[in-house]
Design a protein around this ligand. Structure first.
Ligand code: AMP
Length: 293
């Protein structure tokens, strides 16, 4: 159960109040950094807030578990909600303001406009989670237009998501600079995720196979292997042989277009997605020419 709400950090729910507070900062020439989250904050989220703190004068964080990005059989109802702990983490990481809109604020009655980035949203995560990215791009547009920050901070952990959001801001002329921050991992290499809380001890052990798979690909490429199909097969085998793991995809793609590659090129991303027990996890690793040689 969530702790009572005791943190002294400033919180706001309604969009007009958020805008008033941000405008007051702008009048003082403060640069605005924004970190959108779904709460259940961990050190990965904290690293984004700290990056915003370093880069901007005023840092706003949003906490909103966005219903439109969850599929009908996904974990929206069970998604961890830990507001009091989240506020403490925002405070400690140096945020100035936490925006906690309700579902009614973001999706009032008669809501009927959705934002869709075609092509990039239909592959990889979008192949099985069909409406997921439309939910993400719709909510991120609304969050950015409500807050109007100078810079918004996203995690490389969700590589496809940040690529889609960059494309969306470019296409829609949303005047926000998108910053992508490195993936934070636990000491065993597991990428931090709010969903790791669902994992049993045995599942946690099995989940380490995701980052091992990325390391395998990285090592092969660094050793000079040029047949990426061989590497993909080995990645898939490693995941398929791990108990409790059900592979979705393990692939190597172009870092910009996210198109699948068969031969190395200067900027590639190795991406994996798998169910570990009932929990769907993703991870990735960016490889550029510097790391590939
Ligand atoms: P979420 O609350 O899962 O929607 O994530 C909010 C932001 O935190 C997104 O930009 C994520 O990419 C980022 N994030 C999640 N996990 C990590 C991590 N392990 N390291 C860095 N950023 C992360």
């Amino acid at each position: 159960m969530s702790k009572p709400f005791t943190s002294p950090i400033k919180t706001v729910e309604a969009i007009p109040e958020l805008r008033t507070l941000i405008q007051a900062q702008r009048k003082q020439d403060a640069s605005i950094g924004f970190v959108p989250t779904m709460g259940a904050l961990h050190v990965g989220h904290v690293s984004l807030i700290e990056a915003a703190r370093q880069d901007c004068d005023f840092v706003a964080v949003s906490i909103f578990v966005n219903p439109t990005q969850f599929g009908p059989n996904e974990d929206f109802d069970n998604y961890p909600r830990l507001l009091a702990e989240d506020l403490e983490q925002c405070q400690t990481a140096g945020a100035d303001l936490v925006w906690i809109p309700t579902t009614e604020v973001m999706y009032p009655p008669h809501f009927s406009t959705y934002v869709e980035v075609k092509t990039l949203s239909q592959i990889l995560e979008g192949a099985t989670r069909t409406d997921h990215f439309q939910g993400v791009t719709t909510i991120v547009t609304k969050l950015l237009l409500s807050c109007l920050p100078d810079k918004a901070f996203f995690g490389a952990k969700d590589y496809q998501q940040q690529a889609i959001i960059r494309q969306m801001c470019l296409d829609l002329n949303i005047p926000v600079e998108i910053k992508t921050c490195p993936t934070i991992r636990d000491t065993n290499g597991l990428a931090l995720s709010s969903r790791n809380a669902y994992l049993s001890e045995a599942e946690h052990e099995s989940a380490l196979s995701l980052s091992r798979t990325l390391n395998l690909a990285k090592e092969k490429i660094e050793a000079g292997e040029t047949n990426l199909n061989h590497i993909k097969t080995e990645m898939q085998q490693l995941l398929e042989e791990t108990p409790l793991v059900k592979l979705d995809y393990a692939t190597i793609v172009d870092a910009q277009t996210l198109e699948e590659l068969t031969t190395p090129q200067p900027e590639m991303v190795v991406l994996v997605a798998a169910f570990v027990g009932a929990t769907r996890l993703i991870d990735n690793c960016l490889l550029n020419s510097a790391s590939a040689h």
